[in-house]
Write a protein that binds this ligand. Structure first.
Ligand SMILES: NC(=O)c1ccc[n+]([C@@H]2O[C@H](COP(=O)([O-])OP(=O)(O)OC[C@H]3O[C@@H](n4cnc5c(N)ncnc54)[C@H](OP(=O)(O)O)[C@@H]3O)[C@@H](O)[C@H]2O)c1
Length: 157
């Protein structure tokens, strides 16, 4: 099972100048709770902003990054997924950023999207997607964001 996890503005902005455009501790906590103990996959630029996320298996996709402690580096999304799948039956969390979401959305089974309230300018977007291809769970309303969990409809229907 491949899941994308993102916080997005209503215009699908996810990043600005290599960072998150907002600081919402409650959302960060939810992200942590969801991903702790699991495998996370991220692009190099996201890794350079977040560093190693503790108590998770950190996989970074990059053609240029040199070995460093706390992470495994793979040169493509496919190689990263192959390595991640070695832990059987695991939910694999793809945590960004924009380049990686764009490459992974076509193969994702599930998306945890936190829609952040307010409007934000940014330079990195979550890929637009066809809502008809996804079941939307009941919105979870929080003070500064609303989280919706999408599950992909079966492709053969
Ligand atoms: N709101 C959210 O939920 C959220 C989540 C995560 C990140 N973000 C934000 O998103 C922004 C970063 O996103 P981004 O799109 O700029 O960068 P990114 O996706 O994090 O990383 C891009 C880098 O990943 C590597 N890469 C991408 N595709 C690859 C492939 N197929 N094979 C090998 N390497 C590949 C490349 O590194 P090399 O140049 O080394 O090859 C590329 O420069 C930041 O602002 C961050 O804060 C937001």
């Amino acid at each position: 099972m491949i899941s994308l996890v993102a916080a997005v503005s209503k215009d699908l902005v996810i990043g600005k100048d290599g960072k998150l455009p907002w600081n919402i501790p409650e959302e960060t906590e939810l992200f942590k709770k969801l991903t702790l103990g699991h495998t996370i996959i991220m692009g190099k630029k996201t890794f350079l902003d977040t560093g190693v996320l503790k108590n998770r298996r950190n996989i970074v996709i990059s053609r240029s990054l040199k070995k460093r402690p706390g992470i495994e580096i793979y040169k493509s999304l496919d190689m990263a997924l192959k390595a991640a799948r070695k832990t059987n039956g695991e939910e694999i969390f793809i945590i960004g950023g924009g380049e990686i979401f764009a490459q992974a959305i076509g193969i994702a089974d599930k998306m945890y999207l936190s829609y952040v309230k307010g409007s934000y300018k940014g330079d990195t977007l979550f890929p637009s997607f066809n809502k008809k291809e996804w079941y939307a769970g009941k919105p979870e309303i929080h003070e500064k964001f609303t989280r919706i969990i999408y599950t992909r409809k079966r492709r053969d229907k």
